[in-house]
Ligand binder design. Structure first.
Ligand SMILES: [Mg+2]
Length: 257
């Protein structure tokens, strides 16, 4: 097997940008890799954005990204759900991410699947109890991602995994998670490239989601000491193939020319 890297999958938050600010050299690095003929994808655990709005936001900042190259947690969960041929679902999610599910019948009373993303304005006592009762009556539970906390918007916040975990414990219904580090997320992006896993490099800032999940799928990995990275992240068994201080250093992997 030729293990030359021919494709790169970028995490977005903490890799291309952080807290709304693009990292120096990020736009140029992505463009340089594109000019070298590498297949590029963008894989994010953002649930609030859909493929179109995520690509549009990156393009407004100076990147050149096609929506078909973007895999948001909302898009990934919708693909997963469609594969189950669902009778109905209640998608606890807001903003543009919800549009990914618009072709699936919605039912907030008796859904076959309860799908939980970032529903920040509706994670209240009444709505969560309604969700709990659905699960006790037999709805199946899908979590868009398992991460418990996030600080990509500035202040530390509860992330989707915290809410899903609470519903799992209270209902006794185990969740299926579809976003990183779930294999489904990486495999969906990989499948769209059409390369073997060992020919694709995942670039991320989180060992527990980007690096661990990509390695489990057989991909090569580069960890950036940016974004959410903490030095303690490298004390465990999971180690990246490459470790860099900034995104521009990724170009060192690829021969010039
Ligand atoms: Mg990240």
């Amino acid at each position: 097997m030729d293990e030359t890297i021919r494709g790169v999958i970028f995490d977005i938050d903490g890799v291309l940008e952080y807290q709304g600010v693009v990292f120096p050299g990020a736009i140029e690095t992505v463009q340089a890799l594109r000019q070298k003929g590498l297949a590029l994808r963008f894989l994010t655990n953002s649930t609030l954005k859909n493929r179109q709005t995520c690509a549009a936001k990156l393009n407004r900042k100076g990147f050149r990204v096609d929506p078909s190259e973007v895999f948001t947690a909302s898009y990934i969960a919708a693909v997963y759900l469609r594969g189950l041929n669902p009778r109905s679902c209640w998608v606890m999610l807001e903003a543009e991410g919800l549009e990914e599910f618009k072709d699936i019948p919605q039912d907030e009373e008796n859904p076959e699947y309860l799908v939980v993303g970032d529903n920040r304005s509706r994670f209240d006592f009444q709505t969560l109890n309604k969700a709990l009762r659905c699960l006790r009556r037999g709805s199946k539970l899908i979590g868009l991602l398992s991460e418990l906390v996030d600080s990509s918007l500035g202040e530390l916040e509860l992330n989707v995994g915290s809410w899903v975990g609470m519903l799992e414990r209270a209902s006794g219904v185990p969740a299926v998670y579809t976003g990183k580090p779930a294999a489904f997320a990486f495999e969906l992006a990989l499948k769209s490239i059409g390369l073997e896993a060992c020919q694709v490099l995942m670039v991320g800032d989180r060992v527990s989601s980007d690096i661990q999940g990509a390695q489990a799928c057989g991909m090569k990995t580069a960890l950036l000491r940016t974004g959410e990275f903490q030095p303690g992240d490298l004390e465990g068994a999971v180690q990246p193939d490459y470790l860099f201080d900034s995104i521009s250093e990724i170009l060192e992997i690829f021969p010039p020319g």
